[in-house]
Design a protein around this ligand. Structure first.
Ligand code: B12
Length: 526
């Protein structure tokens, strides 16, 4: 590895010089935006990139790497003559797989540099450096090209912003680099280069694993204006404080141009999901988007929002332009949200949004987060009553179980209060593999099981409202919540069949979804 050179500035390799070859490995994450974007940046700078999608994630389940998958990975690294591999770890739960894979690469391809990046590496670089040669602790687009330039010119890279390096003399911690302030300057994510591989089972499948997916995932912004305690944004907005605006948006031109390009290559595209933390733009942006989107793209789309951001005027406009599905974070009662999660709001605000979505006939899906350390019986009852006051036929609930990500405000607070130990942090405990979406067979205290089952039943619109209130007040079931959970599970399966059948009829089922949902043991609630 080249350390501590005399020439601290990276420079482009001279024409005709050897160009370092990059591999990007995405762990259990076929969607990974970062791999495709970094791949596009490095290719734009003239470098060879092999993108390797190593397995896919499954809700509430973990399928360890198999021998054939690992040997195919090594085969690909050798065949493509890579000099450096970047492992993109988005979710901390995949830390241990990253260790396993890195150790194997080191054993069979000893001359290859191993770099880790992604949300987890940004959140917990010290832990990552126990295995990786170096870590990218920040946005990767500029860093990856600078690194390849350095490697190609034989220049030291250990001084590069964002880079933290393990050296024989200890860790070099460079400061966080500049953030991309104008997102329009980035290339679009690359879905078409031939050097893409999906490893799952015995086969190496060449080509982009998402290319046949009916849902195209898109982002029009980066960062977030909120800093909820459980979310990694609470840490990142601090980290990037001195590096320009943290929340940045793309122009309508740029968003539509990427969508038009995607429509040409995604043969089966049926809908678009905007994966922005919140779909937040200026009123002028919304107006221009709503005017041009139906003409230039014209597919139904989905967005994520937050109660404080919902305005009737804007959502009517979006609805007319094709908005079909809205995901909104409710998370918990106002008391728990404020006291534990640093989220402020009111029931009135939530009910106001629910009314708007219902009036506009939008398919509303509300996110709720259970299993926290704070909620009392009264909070749980309050949450049930609030959700019961929504028009029952017009929404879905997505129930999540709170996961504590390292170095978030929530993690720091619960550790300081002694309510959790470091072993409970994601990366160590890996709750993601058992319980990120709530399933009723996960072990939880009887009181939590009772209310989780009640929430599952709310969206089973074939059950009468009066019956649900009767169940909620039933002292026998409160003492024996397992009975209620079995009943809720049965209703859940009925609902799941209805949902899957609907998606299949609309042509929205994909192999990716079948793989994720087919496991009955990890069945999530719908
Ligand atoms: C959209 C999204 C999804 C979508 C994916 C859509 C898609 N096409 O990518 C879906 C729903 C599929 C998804 C799934 C999951 N997600 Co998600 N997801 C996100 C979200 C909102 C955006 C990610 C994104 O694409 N950002 C844009 C890209 C370009 O930027 P980036 O990922 O930040 O990467 C930059 C740097 O980190 C760096 N970088 C990244 N990789 C690499 C690699 C190298 C080599 C280098 C040098 C640099 C580098 O450069 C990039 C560009 O600057 C993030 C939150 C967020 N805003 O990041 C959560 C987030 C990453 N997800 C999270 C989680 C937990 C999950 C799941 C585990 C949930 C589940 N149901 O099981 C799965 C796991 C997937 C996996 N195996 O990692 C957590 C992870 C927290 C943690 N510490 O574990 C996050 C942070 C949200 C949160 N709760 O706070 N997710």
């Amino acid at each position: 590895m080249c350390y501590a050179g005399d020439n601290p500035r990276p420079h482009r390799p001279p024409p005709g010089a050897y160009k370092a070859r990059l591999g990007l490995i995405s762990l259990y994450d076929v969607e990974n935006n970062a791999s495709r974007l970094l791949g596009a940046c490095a290719r734009r700078a003239g470098y060879f990139v092999a993108e390797i999608y190593f397995k896919d994630w499954i809700n509430n389940h973990f399928d360890p790497p198999r021998r054939a998958e690992l040997s195919n990975l090594i085969r690909l690294i050798r065949r493509n003559k890579l000099d450096v591999v970047g492992i993109s770890i988005r979710a901390s739960a995949y830390h241990k797989v990253a260790v396993q894979i890195s150790e194997m690469i080191r054993r069979f391809c000893p001359n290859i540099l191993i770099m880790w990046g992604g949300t987890h590496a940004v959140l917990d670089p010290e832990a990552c450096l126990k295995t990786a040669d170096f870590v990218c602790r920040g946005e990767g687009e500029i860093t990856i090209v600078q690194l390849l330039d350095c490697l190609s010119s034989g220049v030291d890279f250990s001084h590069l912003p964002n880079i933290w390096v393990n050296t024989p003399n200890g860790i070099i911690r460079n400061e966080v680099g500049p953030t991309i302030q104008n997102l329009d300057t980035l290339p679009f994510r690359d879905y078409t280069s031939p050097d893409k591989y999906f490893l799952m089972g015995n086969r190496i499948k060449q080509g982009d694993p998402m290319i046949d997916d009916p849902c195209f995932q898109m982002m029009g912004s980066r960062g977030c204006v909120f800093a909820c305690a459980y979310c990694y944004n609470s840490e990142l907005s601090d980290l990037y404080k001195t590096r320009g605006k943290y929340f940045r948006v793309r122009s309508v031109d740029s968003v539509l141009a990427e969508l038009r390009q995607a429509r040409r290559v995604f043969r089966n595209m049926k809908r678009i999901r905007f994966d922005d933390e919140v779909f937040l733009f200026t009123d002028d942006w919304y107006r221009e988007f709503a005017r041009r989107y139906p003409v230039e793209v014209g597919l139904p789309y989905e967005v994520f929002t937050e109660p404080k951001l919902v305005r009737r005027e804007i959502f009517s406009l979006l609805k007319e332009s094709g908005l079909q599905v809205v995901y909104m974070g409710i998370q918990n009662t106002n008391r728990v949200n404020a006291d534990l999660y640093d989220r402020r709001g009111s029931d009135e605000q939530i009910l106001h949004c629910v009314k708007i979505f219902s009036d506009l006939d939008l398919d509303a899906r509300y996110h709720v987060m259970l299993d926290d350390t704070e909620s009392t019986w009264e909070d749980k009852r309050h949450l049930f009553d609030l959700l019961m006051s929504f028009p029952r036929r017009k929404f879905q609930l997505y129930l999540f179980s709170v996961v504590i990500f390292p170095n978030t405000k929530l993690a720091r607070r619960l550790l300081a209060e002694g309510k959790i130990t470091p072993a409970d942090l994601e990366g160590e405990r890996n709750k993601t593999f058992q319980q990120i979406r709530v399933s009723l067979n996960y072990p939880r205290p009887p009181e939590d099981l009772f209310w989780a089952a009640m929430l599952v039943l709310i969206t089973k619109d074939f059950l009468p409202t009066k019956f649900l209130y009767w169940l909620a007040g039933n002292a026998f079931l409160q003492r024996h919540p397992k009975l209620l959970a079995w009943f809720a599970q049965a209703c859940n399966i009925i609902k799941m069949v209805i949902v899957v059948f609907g998606m299949w009829r609309r042509g929205e089922m994909s192999w990716t979804l079948v793989r994720r949902w087919a496991n009955v043991r990890s069945l999530i609630t719908q």
